[in-house]
Design a protein around this ligand. Structure first.
Ligand code: S3P
Length: 434
């Protein structure tokens, strides 16, 4: 994809349904004996893999134009899959589904693409084995995962890292386990699972850092749920609107979960022109409409360095944030973000490599990077490295460059946001030649 610089960014993009929430609703719907209709389900390839895995586990999944209908099976009564479960590029599919499958009465094998097979799975194997799971992994605790299917017992587990995927995996296993499962989260991560469980009739007790679920509770379908728009998809246009003179963008019905909106909050605290026009709660999740427009004097107040507890709430937005970083008067140092090295690519390295190709000086650290200020990004040929968020973040960088940027492998945007380029085209009024 060749992305041209632009001086126009206006309109209301059609944002996809939130990926994290879509995975969770689909899996929970799969555990209800009744049918659940999920509106605004994410059109991402990742969430498509979750549906395909549920079908292989014997569930009926109907894909309609406006909703997905899933008819689940009662707790612990999924059917043995007739094939290997392919999670594609999706870490959430693999880690959350593992929590459910370890407690079934049959064996299953989970695999994924090259990227997913190189990502760490030890983080779920440790707590699942403590619960009594029998799982074989490949060398280095990677997928494919061979799950035996065993009765589980509840545990108390202190998360050694902030990870909503690990938390959710343990809670989903805990739902199938004997007794109570407690997950203690010293650093909070996105709270979608503990918000979705009660929507599906499951009692969850939350006390401070501790989230507890009693095993054996049969989830009950709310019949209908609606997924809000994905704030991680909205973040690309939000940052672009803050940086392009004259820009004016509306981002509608985006998920406003406190665990997801740290980037928006940072921009608002720095004085960005971001107005929350409507805020409501639906299915246990806050949603908001935002209007974002350019403001010349924005970035004097933006922090020079971010790290610590702020990181989990903006982990998926760091590639985009790094692009903002090169426009800040003092640049931006990002620390405590070594988790980025374990995403779809090593995002510290892929971001630094692409920024350098556009003319930005970047220092790389084990746990982050320092992006130096750069007033003029220049056109170049770069790669997505097959990572959807790298492709989209650098499309935003390309809008700011002095000439076109060629992004190889840009089709991977479909992993989370298949309509990204057509939305960008509508906002900029420029049709990029493929
Ligand atoms: C996700 C959690 C985060 C995030 C990922 C989606 C989820 O990963 O980066 O894109 O849906 O739970 P970790 O749990 O590894 O932090």
């Amino acid at each position: 994809m060749r992305v041209q610089p632009t001086s126009r960014l206006r309109g209301t993009p059609r944002l996809p349904g939130d990926k994290s929430i879509s995975h969770r609703y689909a899996m929970l719907a799969g555990l209800c004996p009744e049918e659940t209709k999920i509106y605004n389900y994410s059109p991402s390839q990742d969430c498509g893999h979750t549906l395909a895995c549920l079908e292989l586990l014997g569930l009926r999944v109907e894909r309609n134009s406006h909703c997905i209908a899933i008819e689940g099976k009662p707790l612990a009564q999924l059917q043995p899959p007739q094939a290997v479960l392919d999670c594609g590029n999706s870490g959430t599919t693999m880690r959350l589904l593992s929590g459910i499958l370890t407690a079934q009465r049959f064996p299953s094998i989970l695999t994924g693409d090259n990227s997913l097979r190189s990502r760490p799975m030890g983080r779920i194997l440790v707590p699942l084995r403590k619960m009594g799971a029998a799982i074989l992994a490949s060398e280095g605790q990677r997928a494919p995962l061979e799950i035996q299917g065993r009765p589980l017992h509840g545990i108390e587990y202190v998360l050694p890292l902030a990870s909503a995927q690990v938390k959710s995996c343990v809670l989903f296993a805990g739902l199938h386990a004997r007794g109570i499962t407690q997950v203690i989260e010293p650093i909070p991560s996105r709270s979608h699972t503990e918000r979705a469980l009660p929507i599906f009739g499951v009692d969850v007790e939350i006390q401070g850092e501790c989230i507890a679920v009693r095993g054996g509770q049969q989830p009950r379908s709310p019949r209908t749920v609606r997924v809000p728009a994905d704030p991680s998809a909205a973040a690309f246009f939000c940052v672009a609107a803050c940086l392009i003179p004259g820009a004016d963008v509306r981002l509608e019905n985006i998920n406003w979960n406190p665990g997801r909106v740290a980037l928006f909050r940072l921009l608002m605290e720095a004085g960005a022109n971001i107005h929350v026009e409507r805020q409501v709660e639906e299915f246990g999740e806050e949603t908001a409409d935002l209007r974002v427009s350019y403001r010349e004097t924005l970035f004097e107040n933006f922090p020079e360095k971010i790290g610590g507890k702020l990181i989990p709430g903006l982990i998926d937005e760091i590639p985009t944030l790094s692009i903002l970083g090169c426009r800040l008067p003092r640049g931006l140092e990002i620390r405590d973000a070594s988790e980025l090295r374990h995403k779809e690519t090593d995002r510290i390295h892929t971001v630094a490599t692409n920024l350098r190709a556009l003319g930005v000086t970047v220092d790389e650290f084990d746990d982050g990077m320092k992006v130096h200020p750069c007033s003029a990004l220049h056109g170049a040929r770069i790669s997505s490295y097959g990572d959807h968020r790298i492709a989209m973040a650098f499309s935003i960088a390309s809008l700011l460059a002095d000439s076109a940027v060629e992004i190889d492998g840009s089709e991977c945007v479909a992993v989370s946001y298949p309509d990204f380029f057509s939305n960008l085209e509508t906002l900029t009024g420029v049709t990029p030649p493929a």
